[in-house]
Every structure is written in C-alpha cells, then in structure tokens.
Design a binder for this molecule. Sequence first.
Ligand code: WQD
Length: 348
Amino acid sequence: MAKILVTGGAGYIGSHTIVELIENGYEVVSADNYINSIPLTYERIEVITGVKVPYYEVDLVDLDALKVIFREHPDIKGIIHFGALKSVPDSVANPSFCFDNNNISTNNIAICAEEFDVKNIIFSSSCSVYGNVMPEDLPVTEDTPLKNAESPYAYTKQNGEVMLRFISNVRDINAICLRYFNPVGAHVSGELGELPSKRVNNLVPVITQAAAGVRPHFTVFGDNWNTRDGSCIRDYIHVTDIADAHVKGIALQLAGKTKGNYDIINLGSGDGVSVFEAIQAFEKACGIKAPYEVGPRRDGDVETIYSNPKKAEMVLGWTPKYGIEDMMASAWKWQLKLAELGLAKEKL
Ligand code: WQD
C-alpha cells in the first residue's frame, strides 16, 4: 500500500489518523516539531497498531529540513498536512507567529509536493473559515460564503485553502481541503488521545481535567449568547471519525477518482450542541460532575456553527459513527489513562 507523509503526526488528529492509515494498510512517515505535542505519542500509536512509525523532528517552516524527508522517502504518494497551530485564543494573542507558522508551512508542503512529484495533498482546514455565520446560513455547506475570519487561526485556514486552490490549478497536484468542525474525544481503546505539550484550551479536555481535579474548575465563556441556552453551539465530531475521513480522502485521490484537482469537504456531524449540552452529555456518559463557573465571552469565539455533512457522504462515502456521549466517554477514558501514565498534570 502507498506511503503517506503525515505532518503534525504527533498531534491530536494527526496521531489518530496515523492509526487509521496503518489499520487500512498504508505505510506512514510522520513529521512534527512538538510545538504542541510530544514524541511519546508514537509509542501510543505503537501500542495500538504494533507499528513503529518512522518520524522526523522538523519545523515545517524550514524548507531545507523538510526536503530531507522527501529525499529519504522518494516513494511518498500523498501528504496529509495537519502541522499547524490550532488554538484560537493563542492565535489572537500571537497573530504573526500563527501567520508565519501556518502559512509558510503549507506553502513549503506544496513546494515539496511539486519538487518531489507527490500528486496528492489533504489539507487540514477548519469550520472557523466560515466566520460568524448568520442563523439563516446554518447548517453551513461547502458553498456557504466565507465571512471575515474571526481569528488569525481562522485566517490561516482560509489562506491555506486558497493557496492550494491556486497551486493545484497549475501543477499536477490534487488537493482536498477537509473543514473540521470540533474534533473531540480519543481512541476508543483508551490508549491514545491528545498529548499536548502546552496548556489545553479546548472545551472537552478542560471538562475532563476539571472532572479529574487536574484543575479546580473550568470557565464557560459566556451564557448570554443568542442561543437556546445562552451558550455557544458547535458541531462536535469524534476524532476517529475525522481520521477515517482522511483515509477515505487519500484513497479517493490515489484511485484517481476525485472530481477535478481541488475540492473542499465539511467534516461535521450535522448536529449543533451547546456548551451546556456538552457538559450534560459528559456528566451523563461518565457519571461524574465537571465543575465550572460562567465567565465572560472569549475573544475570537463565534456564536453558532454546525455543518451540513451531505457532501462528505456523497464524495467520500463517509458518515460519522460516534455520538456526543461516545465522544465524552472516550475523552474521559483517556483522561484516566493520562493519570495512569503520570501525564495528567495541567501544563501552565
Ligand atoms: C468550543 C466551545 C468556547 C473552552 C475549535 C478548535 C479549532 C478548530 C475549530 C479544527 C466554544 C467553549 C471552550 C473553555 C468554554 N478545529 N469553551 N470554556 O474555539 O470552537 O475551535 O474548533 O480545526 O482548532 O480549537 O473550540 O473547544 O476551544 O471551544 O466555554 O474553557 O467551548 O467558547 O464555544 P473552538 P473550543
């Protein structure tokens, strides 16, 4: 089976995708600079798959260092490009670092694909490209017009999609941009989950940390939004469902069955879940309270966003397998494993 380069392979979605790629018979090489991950992730992948994934510690912004991977693996047939800074609040606080890191790395991946004749790229995009969607535009489809990015992170995802559209127009490169909604949860085995090297900002890990007592409580960022219960609404999707969609995407490209050389596909469940509903789902699925306080809104947050997942079903033959309570139960199982591994301490 083909060899695939996964950038950000030690990261949350990257590592889960490596597991699914291996389980579907692919050979994998990983590149990561551990800016928000740790190499231990590769051991967790081996626990599940029995495979030692060859990996490189490389900053994707360093083009010369990146080229070494392609020289040493001339049989790479596809690139799944996850390597990016993903935190909305961190990008608001440090815009230029986010622009540099995310945009230059995407361009470097495309430069390598052209130079080393790799014809397939899957780009990790995000629902944040839609901006602050109006209620009448929900659920969003791939044709929903993009509004202004609400954060530098979102802007780099809009940028990455456009860069690859222009490049795939004039090069023998097929690009599929997968717009994730909110990836959450952990591998059902409980042997792999998010292993960030920095403090977590996302809702589900802060819920599990609060429930585990790793932090005294977490803050709900606003209960005065114009939604059914006052808290923001998101489309949560299990990380393994997201990983599965990438395997289907790369298979479509390798089989030469894509329509044209560029596409955009939403990866969401199609269900909108509020923050308070997510908390209730956690407490129901795991039988434990997650202590929280309500605080002010967070910069960069959009009020409501959820997807119309029809195109993913039609083009990829993909539909999510896991529901919100499965997501929460798997996240909690991973939080308990982190404690067992002595890794549960919150990063400051
Ligand atoms: C979800 C909701 C917060 C933390 C994510 C990823 C981003 C991209 C888009 C894939 C929001 C609320 C959160 C907390 C809270 N995904 N919240 N208290 O901001 O939607 O972005 O999805 O590319 O990479 O970060 O996710 O989990 O941070 O927030 O109330 O302590 O939970 O306000 O409404 P977000 P999130």
